[in-house]
Design a binder for this molecule. Sequence first.
Ligand code: FE
Length: 300
Amino acid sequence: MAIEIETSRSVAGVVNTVRQLEGGGFVVRRPFPTQTLAHADPFMLLDHMGPADYGPGEAVGAPDHPHRGFETVTYMLEGAFEHKDSQGHQGRLGPADVQWMTAGSGIVHSEMPAQEIMRDGGRVNGFQLWVNLPAKDKMIHPRYQEIPGAGIPVARSDDGRVSVRVIAGEALGARAVIDTRTPIVYLHFTLQPGGRVSQLVPAGYNAFGYVIRGEGRFGPEGRMANEGQAVFFRNDGNTIELSSSEDAPQPLSLLLLAGQPLNEPIARYGPFVMNTKEEIYQAIADYQAGRMGVIPATLG
Ligand code: FE
């Protein structure tokens, strides 16, 4: 039996993210894509939507638009979103709920804040992650997995200072219930002051953390990062060290993401992620000809 020695990954860099307006006035922090970082294979995009406090009639979302060639993962922290798509799916995502949508060959959907937030205002806070699909799976039939917050496994460290919500992969003895095409790890950690964890991440996976709130130390060098910063790790080990100082004024809340790189050519244009320019032209033509479908009028 091979014995795997645990080596801690070092920090390659800490990136600041800035709030920007996306779509119809949507407030997001976007660690990537940016001018300097196009993607973190197999991840194509991470958006932190909000936190935004909308007044009555102010909330904005993403009305009908297509996707092809990858998966979108939406994870809500606060507020609620309503989803409708051309496959006839309809759902409401509230705090802690996860929606995993495999766009595959093509889907048209709308992602809007819940009707009562649109009408009365309220807070929206959540994440959307784009996970690329390998060339062989880009044209698979669209699929949709919706997991209520109560169904997401939660684990705690023995000392009670670390808790983790396991959206994909495994952590502190808990295993995710979501089935992912491209192998990834998606963890939401909360570290109380003085909490520390050494998380196994398969060697070869690209990995990064995103600080939602508070501040933490990362890697063997204890590199500091705080709210809105993304921490990218080198591929030089199989564990990631995270900790929160004893005197931290508040808990550290962060996402830890890691995925097996596809190492395939990438051609992307807006909502489509393919391997070649020709496939992008085809996706645009298919969408314009209605071949990705339309959202049935019978949905809400
Ligand atoms: Fe979308």
